[in-house]
Design a protein around this ligand. Sequence first.
Ligand SMILES: Cc1cc2nc3c(=O)[nH]c(=O)nc-3n(C[C@H](O)[C@H](O)[C@H](O)COP(=O)(O)OP(=O)(O)OC[C@H]3O[C@@H](n4cnc5c(N)ncnc54)[C@H](O)[C@@H]3O)c2cc1C
Length: 356
Amino acid sequence: MIKYKENASLLPHNTFGFDVKASMLVEYNHEDDLPHIFSDERVAGRKFLHIGQGSNLLFVNDFDGVVLHSRIKGIKIASQSDDMVLIECGAGEVWDDLCQWCVQHGFYGLENLSGIPGEVGAAAVQNIGAYGAEFGDLAVAVAVYDVVNNRHAIISAADCQYGYRMSIFKTDEFRNRFVVTSVLLRVSRNGELNLEYGNIKAALLERGYSLTAHLSKRASRMPGVKSITLSGLREVILAIRQSKLPDPAVFGNAGSFFKNPVISSAKYKQLSATWPDMPKYDVDADFVKVPAAWLIERSGCKGRRIGDAAVYDKQCLVLVNRGKARPEEVVKLSDAIIRTVSDRFGITIEPEVNII
Ligand SMILES: Cc1cc2nc3c(=O)[nH]c(=O)nc-3n(C[C@H](O)[C@H](O)[C@H](O)COP(=O)(O)OP(=O)(O)OC[C@H]3O[C@@H](n4cnc5c(N)ncnc54)[C@H](O)[C@@H]3O)c2cc1C
């Protein structure tokens, strides 16, 4: 079924909580609806934007065009072997429902991506990532509707060119060319838990887990030993996220507002002479990634506020709507932070959030 709604409020469709309007909102629940939608006179030739839950969008104005939203559902096993399972999932499924489904079925791969807001179609566009895992690590292929050629197509994961929060779907060349309709992911029956990233280990120790017992069947069954399991890891990751990140239902936000900048190793060496505690992650021999949260905090932006738009006190990377913020206040705050970081470190940080 296809639903067309004129002059629709996008308030339920963006986690910043801005009551902007779209000239037309179209919701559909089958990939075969797409050719009809794009040839409908209310849509054909008009500017359009496909959204998910709007958890990475900042609408600065009403959208003078068509906003599309998929309700394509369904999670199923496409094929399987003794240790590998291919999962096909509709673009309109909630990402975390897919993570939960995999964990419940004992499939490894998505557990570290638990709790990321948004829908499956957007995950494929954004190459979502957290705790050492990325969508692109698991993707086999992405099914799309090609708006330019009016046909369905399958794009291999290699052709999606996944990089840090990047894919071909976000490039100027292909933005708005493809609507993601479903994804094919490879998960495993006998995976290894990845506890290496961020504060996972500290959180496990705090909860009395052994960090090694899960590696041996014998040790994991020893009396008094609390061994970490797939579902246990998911719960811990959800708890860490909940303690660190603002709930959009309380303070509107779109997660990390800025990307972590990648700079040359030479520049890092130069900066670290003045800032010896500047953290970094090696990208390759010539480049390193610096946490934007550290740069923002050390630039003195913690607690900065313009109107009701503010830097979240527990995580500098997140900008929040403390109640009555206007979109332009969030943009002004973002610009002010970018300038301040650039003045202090000579590094230009860029928004991760899609500003519309
Ligand atoms: C509290 C919070 C925490 C977050 N934590 C993380 C995190 O840990 N890691 C991370 O990577 N992100 C994180 N995010 C950002 C966000 O969850 C992701 O970017 C997510 O993928 C956005 O999903 P969405 O459905 O809301 O997409 P939207 O924000 O609606 O859209 C995102 C992009 O995808 C495009 N798009 C959406 N659906 C389709 C489709 N079917 N076909 C084609 N294009 C489409 C849109 O045009 C847009 O460009 C967080 C956000 C919040 C609010």
